[in-house]
Design a protein. Sequence first.
Length: 84
Amino acid sequence: MSSDDIQQSIEKIPPAALRLHTHWLRHRSPIGEIQSLSSTPYVATPKVGRNDPCPCGSGKKFKQLLFVSLIAPSPKLNIKSSFT
């Protein structure tokens, strides 16, 4: 690249930056809208671990009932079986 090519490339940077700024300025959301979206954080529900008691209330470990629930799903677990 010659020094003239480098100088021409450098001269193209400010107009390109201004075009980018103008483009993204048009797509910007109002500040109040952004704050209202981020004011309510997402909280994940706790997952049932393999060694935790089953949520169906049987007192058995979840891992013992998982296979059974896939074959004959319990309405308390809200697990739909792919076999039925």
